[in-house]
Ligand binder design. Structure first.
Ligand code: 3PG
Length: 215
């Protein structure tokens, strides 16, 4: 199995991606351990502040049994920084053709955000099959995914934006959902307060829901 297929297969199994904007790179390892203790093994560190690079590097050095990638990758420069820090996948909020082309050329799994049939088709033109659906809740959430399922029968989505413990079950039941991403697994206030035990508890609840849907 190639690098891209391997990562996608892990995502399909694990179903949950903890999206984190880390206020201080020193928190990267305790946070990764907190979600890991709750059974969440895929982490996305967003480029929404100047800590992302060092947070990714800390994960690279720690060699924890997690898959980590970079989110909010809006420039090729950020993509290069993330790749150097060992990011296994990258995500962007919108569809940016030049970054997607750069990622494809470098064999990096890249999930650009789409919010319309037009952006889905632009992504399809480049051969992408898995796309981030963002901002999911504002665009109709599961209803939007159901509506695009038939015309885009060969495309799958990672909904993010407004995903919560309350709605993951509904998303997970849809055949065109690969995995779900969100900050709900490590909420901003708990990250700020360094309440790692509370983060672990939320992740455990989410993993229990995933396992109940799989059965
Ligand atoms: C993202 O980067 O996908 C979103 O910011 C996640 O949205 P959420 O904070 O509502 O989970």
């Amino acid at each position: 199995m190639g690098k891209v297929e391997g990562l996608i297969s892990e995502m399909e199994k694990a179903k949950l991606v903890a999206i984190m904007t880390i206020p201080d790179a020193k928190l990267a390892i305790p946070l990764a351990n907190a979600v890991l203790a709750g059974g969440v093994k895929i982490i996305e560190i967003t480029f929404r502040n100047d800590q992302a690079k060092d947070a990714l590097k800390a994960l690279q050095a720690a060699k924890l049994p997690v898959h980590y990638g970079a989110g909010t990758v809006r420039t090729i420069e950020q993509g290069k920084t993330a790749a150097e820090a060992g990011a296994e996948f990258m995500v962007s909020p919108g569809f940016n053709e030049s970054i997607v082309k750069w990622a494809l050329k470098n064999n990096i799994p890249f999930f650009p955000g789409v919010d319309s049939t037009a952006s889905i088709e632009r992504a399809c033109d480049l051969g992408l099959k898995i796309l981030k659906f963002f901002p999911a809740a504002e665009l109709g959430g599961p209803k939007w995914l159901k509506a695009v399922k038939e015309p885009y029968y060969d495309i799958k989505f990672i909904p993010t934006g407004g995903v919560t413990l309350e709605n993951i079950q509904e998303y997970l039941q849809l055949p065109n959902v690969v995995a779900l991403g969100g900050s709900f697994l490590a909420p901003k206030d708990l990250v700020q307060a360094q309440k790692f035990g509370d983060i672990t508890a939320i992740c455990k609840k989410a993993v229990d829901i995933v396992n109940s849907v799989k059965k």
